[in-house]
Design a protein. Structure first.
Ligand code: Z5A
Length: 211
């Protein structure tokens, strides 16, 4: 377990329903008396939000895959040190919309950056901080993209072709299969209520494990 608090991350492809789940899960956890900190990646700090604006800007055609990967980790290194680690040490629980698994899925699976390179960056930038629980909202790519389609202009990553998002999904699923004790895979094609019910069930064991 991380520090004294608990560290939960949400992952999934585009339109999987992370934001929707985040709201319900927050209500549940706070209702159980958890002192909860919500944050997101890329972003969550002033520096991270500036990085987010760069990496999602669809006019930044010059950004190469290597820069994109390093920017994701720059945001993450700052968030870990400035926000997540201090919160966990103070006994708060942290619920983070995406974390390091997203870099393996998007920059690794999607862009083809070697997993060993991402692992080296993880070791350095995350200071050994792993999530206690990662909820993977798994959904067919076409369903997720259809859900997200009504939202207006696509960002720099959303403009990628279906094949990119298929590789992202496959990488997430492979990581979940390799680390079943950390991941819970949730069928995100269910109703929002059923997704929340599964997520609540997946968090139950965190309450028993006191530090
Ligand atoms: N990225 C990266 O490449 N590398 C990294 O290391 C990190 C991130 C950390 C920003 O992520 C981008 O950064 C992301 C990955 C990349 N790029 N992409 N693509 P983000 O998490 O901020 O943005 P996102 O992935 O685009 O999330 P999203 O599309 O906003 O989806 P969501 O939050 O998972 O979904 P939602 O907003 O809750 O739901 C979408 C719609 O579906 C909405 O209309 C809901 O009402 C509806 N919905 C939600 N749940 C359901 C269910 N269960 N049934 C039916 N309809 C539903």
């Amino acid at each position: 377990m991380s520090g004294h608090g608990r560290f939960i991350t949400l992952e999934g492809g585009e339109g999987a329903g992370k934001s929707t789940l985040l709201a319900g899960l927050r209500e549940h956890l706070e209702g159980r008396g958890v002192d909860l900190l919500l944050t997101r990646e890329p972003g969550g700090t002033a520096l991270g939000e500036a990085v987010r604006a760069i990496v999602l800007d669809p006019t930044r055609h010059e950004l190469c895959a290597e820069s994109e990967l390093l920017l994701m980790f720059a945001s993450r290194a700052q968030l870990v040190r400035e926000t997540i680690a201090p919160a966990l040490a103070a006994g708060q629980w942290v619920l983070c919309d995406r974390y390091v698994d997203a870099s393996y899925a998007y920059q690794g699976g999607g862009r083809g950056q070697p997993a060993e390179r991402i692992a080296a960056l993880e070791q350095w930038a995350c200071a050994g901080l792993k999530s206690d629980l990662t909820l993977l909202l798994d959904l067919p790519v076409t369903t997720g993209r259809a859900r997200a389609a009504g939202r207006g202009a696509a960002d720099r990553i959303e403009v990628e072709a279906d094949g990119f998002f298929e590789r992202v999904r496959a990488t997430y699923r492979a990581r979940a299969a390799a680390e079943p004790q950390r991941f819970r895979v949730i069928d995100a094609s269910q109703s929002p209520e059923a997704v929340l019910r599964d997520a609540i069930a997946a968090t139950a064991h965190l309450f028993g494990a006191t530090s």
